[in-house]
Design a protein around this ligand. Structure first.
Ligand code: SF4
Ligand code: SF4
Length: 385
């Protein structure tokens, strides 16, 4: 039987309520899953009453539906259309503004307004991996994004090991789930073997341990630790979608002229949905707006997408003017050249781009088709950079 580790404790939903309350008392804006617009989305929460108790999700290519469960699980779903990037890398952010005073002097106001201190409740393994990917993008190189770093450094993370996967999940192929690997303050596993859900919790940081201590919870028993392990093993066994990552970068670099790009372009609407829901996509543009008197100006950073025509407008022309070239750029970057750029894949296997693609294009199917074609007539590997 699995031994409970020193920091594993047993919690009930009442303890989770106590945790949310303690975090709010300490000045955190607590964000978690909640049901709105027929989906599980992330929003500010005040207690477990705001969590999606007894709800689950069904996901397939181009499909997402909520339905009732026959238990009171608080985390009995996979992932919805939102990801935590909307809090760490907001979709619209004022960077700076200028105002001309009556005497003609220019007043410059720097930076976004005060950044909230967030506590995220319910972060999944793939989502934690996506945060680590964005850490490399925004804080890993020579130039750091100060807004991202402020939000990230103050964030408190309560992760959840998945007790259920969607048909669109392929975290096991990407090595990102369904258990949360690292980077959290507290990780929970939901046990549904009794009428009321119970939780095995463990802390990874001292601040996480301090919150668990404040809750006054009892140590987890060896049986509960074993049950928590089985939850994860059952989820692993239920995942059927796969992505073969073996030599994928070289395969994609050698598939630049493959006919499959025409095939996918005949289905793709270039709608940008896949990039908006993706927890790692970070393309953005900066716009400048002014008042009619041209006395005040505001610079705003907004999410953009490699699927939008304007995004590739450079020096008087659009660089990628076909859907074929835009889809090829997205998939090749996500699964291939991201590795050269950031030392990791840009995909964590969350499946959001599959469920939220209006025509049901599946990144794993496209990669498999390209591999099949590549293996039947290997092309010379070209450097995509
Ligand atoms: S590419 Fe698709 S499956 Fe991969 S991380 Fe982005 S949304 Fe998730
Ligand atoms: S792959 Fe799907 S979601 Fe992405 S741009 Fe094309 S149609 Fe839209």
């Amino acid at each position: 039987m699995q031994e409970a580790t020193a920091s594993q404790v047993s919690l009930t939903a009442r303890h989770i309520d106590g945790l949310i309350e303690a975090l709010r008392e300490d000045g955190y804006t607590v964000v978690g899953p909640t049901v709105a617009d027929s989906a599980i989305v992330y929003d500010e929460i005040a207690s477990t009453a705001d969590l999606p108790e007894g709800w689950t999700d069904m996901q397939q290519p181009g499909k997402y539906r909520l339905s009732r469960r026959d238990d009171r699980a608080l985390f009995g779903y996979a992932v919805g259309p939102h990801s935590w990037k909307k809090y760490l890398f907001p979709s619209s952010l004022k960077l700076w503004s200028t105002e001309r005073a009556e005497d003609g002097a220019l007043k410059i106001e720097a930076g976004p307004e005060e950044v909230p201190k967030y506590a995220f409740i319910g972060v999944r393994g793939c989502e934690m991996a996506a945060i680590r990917v964005q850490d490399r993008v925004f804080a890993g190189g020579r130039h750091h994004d100060s807004d991202y770093m402020t939000r990230r450094e103050s964030a408190f993370i309560v992760a959840v090991n998945c007790g259920q996967a969607a048909e669109t999940c392929f975290c096991t192929s990407m090595g990102t789930g369904p258990a949360v690997e690292s980077g959290y303050d507290i990780a929970l596993t939901e046990l549904l073997d009794e009428a009321e859900p119970r939780y095995v919790a463990e802390a990874e940081t001292s601040i996480g341990a301090a919150y668990l201590q404040r809750l006054g919870a009892a140590d987890a028993t060896a049986q509960d630790a074993e049950a928590a392990q089985q939850v994860v093993e059952k989820t692993v066994a239920s995942i059927t979608k796969e992505l073969d990552t073996d030599g994928i970068k070289e395969m994609l670099y050698g598939s630049r002229e493959d006919n499959r790009w025409d095939d996918v372009a005949s289905r793709c609407l270039s709608c940008t949905n896949c990039t908006m829901v993706c927890p790692t996509c970070f393309c953005h543009s900066v716009t400048e707006t002014s008042d009619l008197q041209m006395s005040s100006f505001e610079h705003t950073r907004q999410w953009d997408s490699c699927f939008s025509m304007e995004f590739t407008y450079v020096a008087g022309g659009v660089v990628r003017d076909t859907t074929r070239s835009r889809y090829r750029q997205w998939l090749t970057h996500k699964l291939g050249s991201w590795i050269d750029q950031f030392g990791t894949s840009g995909c964590v296997g969350c499946g959001r781009c599959i469920a939220w693609c209006p025509v049901g294009i599946d990144i794993t199917e496209e990669a498999a088709a390209l591999r099949k074609s590549h293996e039947s007539s290997p092309k010379e590997v070209e450097d995509a950079t």
